[in-house]
Design a protein around this ligand. Structure first.
Ligand code: HDE
Length: 698
């Protein structure tokens, strides 16, 4: 039996004839498969064997090359920000910063600069899910005419720590625990909160990380920040401090925590898919680019140190000047070649942009170049197409190294040289006028290992953030801390965090203690007593994003016998406002409508729960509804849509299902009597007013 198996299997395939030989019509030379060295391959289905039943022969270089290449397909994942999604696009300058910088990318009005942008989570591995509670990376590579500029930012404007020397500790603490290898992509565990409690400087960032900003609805709906303070230098090298901001056109929008958790199961690639599909459909994500500019004197007048990355500059103190826009309009062709191999370096800056002395940034200036060497394996990683400077030539006298792809001509691999005097290639030279120059700002003091006293206030801005939130956001934030600390198993860790929270806001500490049902400890003794600042409404998200269907998806659940006219009306109304619709049916083959027409499904009910939509509509027939009453996926569809504060449109036949799911009438639960206008109004936003009726928050 075994004798004929291989041959039978081969004969079954149209590619094979008698004896397992490949019967493929002769490919044109440019379409035929070859080895890596260009040798055409005659058979890509069978290894070379001694006799029909083997063994395979070592001589088979086609097999060996293919397997060996495969064995080495994976490269080390990024130590942080391993999971990412990216897109190509452009940056267009709409307001010149010629008054403060000589960087052409920021002065050539109307000029478009090609960009590649990678979004990421921080803590999880490359294969982790898209929706954990986490900071999102927002890394932009501008291919400028004066070299690449990498603005490697996050969706939160401050950071956990003040000095780069604490970064390995922070990352060890937040990643999966060393002995057990879990939890993956989650901060809700002992070691993270242990670090947080012992390092009060993390408190401000913790407020942001526990806010809804850390569970974004879409990568198209996150803000971006350069975080560290940078400098701009004008023609005379006069410096101006700068903070960079990205603001999404769709507004900053988030999921509910329960929803984020469920999306992780329903669609682990939720954000990656959303970004890809939006771009593929021509709904190009867009951001405004803004700067906060300040002189040394203005910086000195602020009540905190702009070199401290745990502090932000409220917009109300230094307004954001919008100077351009970023549009992502092309998906990568190949995930590995582009998204995985892209290497961002905060040291990539064109002339006219410079760093500050922020001790966190100073460490970053070393780290990124270094990490690329172990990740991409060679000093020549800048020659990988996605990393190459495209806006201008790059040339110097650096030579050789692994994976060198350039073929240099001539003898000039040193400088100075006088070879050009003999008519030979002399090579490039430094350009004192047009080249990159560093700020001339004077430094002070001797060598010290200390933290500046100007960094000592760890609570004022944490308080500012918390008190600037709307009531809803404060409740979410407090509940998120309760959730995380409830996953902590060490009592003393919980208590220490609670004691620190007492310095942020007594009410917050009280709510968290009540949520944990433990006694509220005395506040810890802060290094500097926190002060009350004027609240900053700009730090909120609820009430700030536009009520719109743009960028939102509506799931329409249908059954056999459903009214096609209602489906059409909803689709038209949603799409007219820039939203997208997807038909969900019990079976992927779709349904037969009341009219007898077939309607194709975009998704099967069990695989398309309501968590992946922003609003839902149930267009059911009576028998269809009766069947769904015994289908937990259908009950969950309605129940979760309600619990996640989504608009629900329904035909009267769907009422029994809504009743079973515990959906009760409110402004967001709309019967589709004729026109879907009321549903559309409700679907433009979340039904925040419903929240107290569906969950108790801290
Ligand atoms: Fe990073 N960070 N980081 N980081 N970071 C990396 O570089 C590091 C920090 C950020 O999509 C690594 O290429 C140190 C702040 C993003 O490829 C590594 C410190 C901010 C990305 C590294 C920080 C960021 C990274 C890992 C403290 C916001 C993903 C892989 C001193 C401004 C880029 C890599 C991408 C990636 C080091 C802190 C943003 C290890 C030492 C603050 C968006 O070099």
């Amino acid at each position: 039996m075994a004798t004929s198996k291989g041959r039978d299997a081969g004969a079954a395939s149209s590619h094979f004839g008698e004896g397992g030989e490949l019967h493929q019509s002769a490919s044109a030379p440019d379409a035929r498969i070859t080895t890596n060295h260009g040798v055409p391959i005659s058979d890509n289905q069978n290894s070379l064997k001694a006799g029909r039943r083997g063994p395979s022969l070592l001589e088979d270089f086609v097999l060996r090359e293919k397997i060996q290449h495969f064995d080495h397909e994976r490269i080390p994942e990024r130590i942080v920000h391993a999971r990412g999604s990216a897109a190509h696009g452009f940056f267009e300058l709409t307001d010149s910063l010629a008054d403060v910088t000589r960087a052409k990318v920021l002065t050539e009005l109307g000029a478009k600069t090609e960009v590649f942008v990678r979004f990421s989570t921080v803590a999880g591995g490359a294969g982790s899910v898209d929706t954990p509670r986490d900071v999102r990376g927002f890394a932009v590579k501008f291919y400028t005419r004066e070299g690449n500029w990498d603005l490697v930012g996050n969706n939160i404007p401050v950071f956990f720590i003040q000095d780069a020397i604490k970064f390995p500790d922070l990352v060890h603490a937040v990643k999966m625990e060393a002995d057990r290898g879990y939890p993956q992509a989650a901060s809700a565990h002992d070691t993270f909160w242990d670090f947080v409690g012992l390092m009060p400087e993390t408190t401000h960032m913790i407020m942001w990380a526990m806010s809804d900003r850390a569970i974004p609805r879409s990568l198209r709906m996150i803000e971006g920040f350069g975080v560290n303070t940078f400098r701009l230098l004008d023609e005379n090298d006069e410096p101006t401090f700068v903070k960079f901001h990205w603001r999404p056109k769709l507004g900053t929008q988030s999921t509910c925590w329960d929803e984020a958790v469920k999306i992780a199961g329903a669609d682990p690639d939720y954000h990656r898919r959303d970004l890809h599909e939006a771009i593929a459909a021509g709904n190009f994500p867009e951001w405004e680019f803004g700067v906060q500019l300040l002189s040394q004197a203005e910086a000195d007048a602020l009540p905190f140190d702009i070199l401290d990355a745990t502090k932000l500059i409220p917009e109300e103190m230094v307004p954001i000047r919008v100077i351009g826009r970023l549009v992502l309009d092309r998906n990568p062709d190949n995930f590995f070649a582009e998204t995985e191999q892209v290497a961002f370096l905060p040291t990539n800056m064109p002339p006219g942009i410079d760093v500050s002395e922020d001790p966190l940034l100073q460490g970053r200036l070393f780290s990124y170049q270094d990490t690329q060497l172990s990740r991409l394996g060679t000093v020549n990683f800048h020659q990988i197409p996605i990393n190459r400077a495209k806006g201008c030539p790059f040339q110097n006298l650096q030579r050789d190294g692994q994976m060198q792809t350039q073929v240099f001509r001539g003898r000039a691999n040193y400088e100075p040289n006088s070879l050009s005097e003999a008519g030979e290639i002399g090579g490039p030279r430094a350009d004192p006028q047009g080249g990159f120059r560093t700020t001339r700002e004077p430094l002070e003091g001797g060598k010290v290992r200390l933290r500046s006293e100007s960094f000592a206030d760890h609570y004022t801005q944490a308080r500012l953030f918390f008190r600037s939130q709307t009531e809803i956001e404060q409740a979410h934030l407090a509940s998120a801390i309760v959730f995380e600390l409830s996953k902590v198993s060490l009592d003393h860790v919980r208590k220490r965090v609670l004691a620190n929270l007492g310095n942020v806001d007594a009410g917050l500490a009280k709510r968290v203690a009540a949520g944990l049902n433990i006694a509220q400890p005395q506040p810890s003794k802060p290094a500097v007593a926190p002060k009350d600042m004027e609240v900053s409404p700009a730090l909120r998200i609820v009430g700030k994003y536009p009520d719109t269907l743009k960028g939102r998806a509506v799931g329409i659940l249908v059954t056999d016998g459903a009214d096609g006219a209602v489906v059409d009306a909803v689709r038209k109304a949603v799409e007219a406002e820039g939203g997208t619709t997807k038909i969900v049916a019990p079976k992927i083959g779709g349904v037969t409508l009341k009219s007898g027409q077939k309607l194709k499904a975009d998704g099967q009910l069990a695989g398309s729960p309501s968590v992946i939509f922003d609003a839902v509509v149930l267009v059911l027939s009576k028998p269809g509804c009766d069947e769904l009453l015994n289908e937990s996926a259908a009950v969950d569809f309605a129940m979760n849509a309600f619990g996640h504060l989504k608009a629900i449109g329904f035909t009267p036949e769907a009422k029994p299902l809504l009743d079973k799911a515990g959906v009760v009438a409110d402004a967001g639960v709309v019967e589709l009597a004729g026109k879907p206008a009321d549903f559309v109004t409700a679907a433009r936003t979340r039904q925040w007013d419903r929240e107290p009726s569906v969950r108790s928050l801290a």
